[in-house]
Design a protein around this ligand. Structure first.
Ligand SMILES: NC(=O)c1ccc[n+]([C@@H]2O[C@H](COP(=O)([O-])OP(=O)(O)OC[C@H]3O[C@@H](n4cnc5c(N)ncnc54)[C@H](OP(=O)(O)O)[C@@H]3O)[C@@H](O)[C@H]2O)c1
Length: 252
C-alpha cells in the first residue's frame, strides 16, 4: 500500500479507465490528484458516470498533453503517475511529452496503460506507438509498470444501436477468438500497481475466455432473450464504412 505521503496522479481521468480508477481509489480512501482538461466539464462527466467526487479524497488539476507546461504543474510533487491518452495520431507525442515532464518532475514510477502485443515492429501503428512510449519510460530511469490489455469488453457497447435496431452486429472478425477484458478489471490492476510494488513488471490483461464473435452473439442472445446475429464483414467493406463515418485512412 502506498503510504499517505505519496501523491498519485491519474491522467485520462474522465475516460473509461480513469473514472473506474478514481472510484476504486476513493473506495480505499486513497487520496488522488486527477488531471483533466476542463474541471467544469469533468464534473459533468463524473456525475453522468455515477462517480460522486469527494473533495477530501481528490484534487482536480487542469492539464493538457498538448501543453507541456500544464503537465509540469500537474506533476508537481507527484510520486506515481498513471499515464493514458486516447487513441489518436497525437498519442505517441503526447505520451512522450508526459514522460519527459515526469522525469523532469522526479516522478518515481509511471504506470502506463499500453496494449496487448505492443511492439516497435508491429504492423499496427498503435502497437508501435505504445512500444515506443514503453521504451522511453524504460530509458528514463523511472520505475515502471506496463499494463497491456486486450480489447475492452465495453467497446461492445458501440454495437448497441445495430443490436437494438437490427438484432445484429457487424465486424471484420471472422472466426478469430478474442479474450476481451472488462475495463473495471484493468482499473483494479492499475490501482494495485499504483499502491503496491509492481515495479519493472509488464502485465498482459485479458478476459477469462477466448470467444469468437459468433459465440459472443450466442451469449448476447441468451442474455437478451432473443436472437442476436454476428455478421462477418469483409475488411474492405468495413474500411469503406469507417471512412464513410469520417475516420481517417492511415496506412498501418
Ligand atoms: N479500446 C480498446 O479495446 C483498447 C484496448 C487496449 C488498449 N487500449 C488503449 O486504451 C487507451 C484509451 O483508454 P480509454 O478508453 O480509457 O480512454 P478514453 O475513454 O478515450 O479517455 C481518454 C481520456 O484522455 C483525455 N484526453 C484526451 N485528450 C487529452 C489531452 N490533450 N490532454 C489531456 N487529457 C486528454 C480525455 O479527457 P477529456 O474528457 O478532456 O476528453 C479522457 O479522459 C488508448 O491508449 C488505447 O490504445 C484500448
Amino acid at each position: 500500500m502506498a503510504n499517505s505521503s505519496q501523491t498519485i496522479l491519474v491522467t485520462g481521468a474522465t475516460g473509461g479507465n480513469g473514472i473506474q480508477i478514481l472510484k476504486l481509489l476513493a473506495a480505499q480512501n486513497i487520496y488522488v490528484r486527477a488531471m483533466v482538461r476542463d474541471i467544469h466539464k469533468a464534473h459533468s462527466i463524473f456525475q453522468a458516470q455515477g462517480y460522486a467526487v469527494e473533495p477530501s479524497k481528490i484534487e482536480l488539476v487542469e492539464g493538457d498533453f498538448d501543453v507541456p507546461e500544464t503537465l509540469l504543474t500537474a506533476l508537481d510533487g507527484v510520486n506515481r503517475a498513471f499515464l493514458l491518452t486516447n487513441s489518436t495520431d497525437r498519442a505517441e507525442a503526447q505520451q512522450l511529452a508526459f514522460v519527459e515532464a515526469a522525469r523532469h518532475s522526479h516522478v518515481e514510477q509511471i504506470v502506463k496503460l499500453s496494449q496487448l502485443h505492443a511492439n516497435q515492429n508491429s504492423p499496427v501503428r498503435y502497437l508501435r506507438y505504445h512500444a515506443a512510449v514503453e521504451s522511453a519510460i524504460q530509458a528514463s530511469g523511472m520505475a515502471y509498470t506496463f499494463l497491456r490489455p486486450n480489447l475492452y469488453m465495453q467497446g461492445f457497447l458501440g454495437f448497441r444501436s445495430t443490436i437494438k435496431e437490427k438484432n445484429a452486429f457487424y465486424a471484420a472478425a471472422g472466426d478469430a477468438k478474442v479474450r476481451m477484458v472488462d475495463v473495471r478489471d484493468i482499473a483494479a490492476v492499475a490501482v494495485a500497481a499504483l499502491t503496491a510494488r509492481h515495479e519493472g513488471k509488464i502485465y498482459d490483461l485479458t478476459g477469462p475466455q477466448a470467444l469468437t464473435h459468433a459465440q459472443i452473439a450466442a451469449h448476447l442472445s441468451l442474455a437478451l432473450g432473443h436472437s442476436v446475429a454476428f455478421v462477418d464483414v469483409p475488411p474492405f467493406v468495413m474500411r469503406d464504412a469507417m471512412t464513410g463515418m469520417g475516420m481517417p485512412v492511415i496506412a498501418g
